[in-house]
Design a binder for this molecule. Structure first.
Ligand SMILES: CC(C)(COP(=O)(O)OP(=O)(O)OC[C@H]1O[C@@H](n2cnc3c(N)ncnc32)[C@H](O)[C@@H]1OP(=O)(O)O)[C@@H](O)C(=O)NCCC(=O)NCCS
Length: 172
């Protein structure tokens, strides 16, 4: 895998727990509400194990975002659908300490490359909160286009929240 992405393994659970603990305040406005156990090795191990079983079933691809060997973020392709859709949802975060260096953009580009070349998907979809300007900028830089507005779309930070929808279609 090119760029800052690599597949997560069960061995990443302690580093992922540390990352979520450090970034809890930064991520809170953009993430589902997390219970107190979320930033623990045990829960991260269970979560990664579930995602790896979804990977084997062809439904998800769980990537870590890595710089100089250090795990600084996460990117998931999830809800992979084949048939006439050939689509997946894209979600990601990068630690606040590593923001503003083009890392999320590089990760999204690498994920799109993987989705289109390896998985032969036709399309990726991402959803952001209307006020998430940095994430919308990341998607724009990676070539995504705004396709709509979805009222009450995802349960984020304790409430059902409207989202802006974006897509990237595979090049011909
Ligand atoms: C959004 C996020 C992934 C960005 O990561 P990053 O590695 O800093 O992203 P990049 O450096 O690739 O690009 C960020 C872009 O947003 C821009 N930006 C930052 N703050 C901004 C703001 N308040 N308004 C507009 N643009 C902003 C940056 O200038 C940069 O664009 P540029 O290259 O044109 O200057 C990261 O901040 C994050 O994880 N946030 C919390 C979780 C989250 O929002 N995940 C996405 C959910 S949809």
């Amino acid at each position: 895998m090119d760029g800052p992405l690599r597949l997560l393994t069960l061995d990443d659970a302690p580093a992922m727990a540390d990352l979520y603990a450090r970034e809890a305040e930064f991520l809170a406005p953009w993430d589902p509400a997390r219970d107190a156990e979320w930033a623990t090795t045990a829960v991260q191990r269970t979560t990664i194990a579930r995602q790896l079983s979804e990977l084997r079933a062809g439904r998800s691809v769980p990537f870590g975002i890595v710089v100089d060997g250090e795990l600084v973020g996460r990117l998931n392709l999830s809800g992979i659908m084949l048939g006439p859709a050939r689509t997946a949802n894209l979600g990601y975060f990068v630690a606040q300490s590593h923001n503003g260096r083009g890392l999320a953009t590089a990760a999204v580009r690498a994920a799109a490359e993987h989705a289109f070349r390896e998985l032969r998907l036709h399309r990726l979809q991402a959803a952001t909160l209307p006020e998430n300007a940095p994430s919308q900028r990341v998607l724009a830089k990676a070539g995504f286009e705004r396709i709509g507005f979805a009222p009450s779309y995802l349960h984020i930070n304790g409430a059902w929240r409207d989202h802006v929808l974006f897509q990237l279609v595979a090049p011909e």
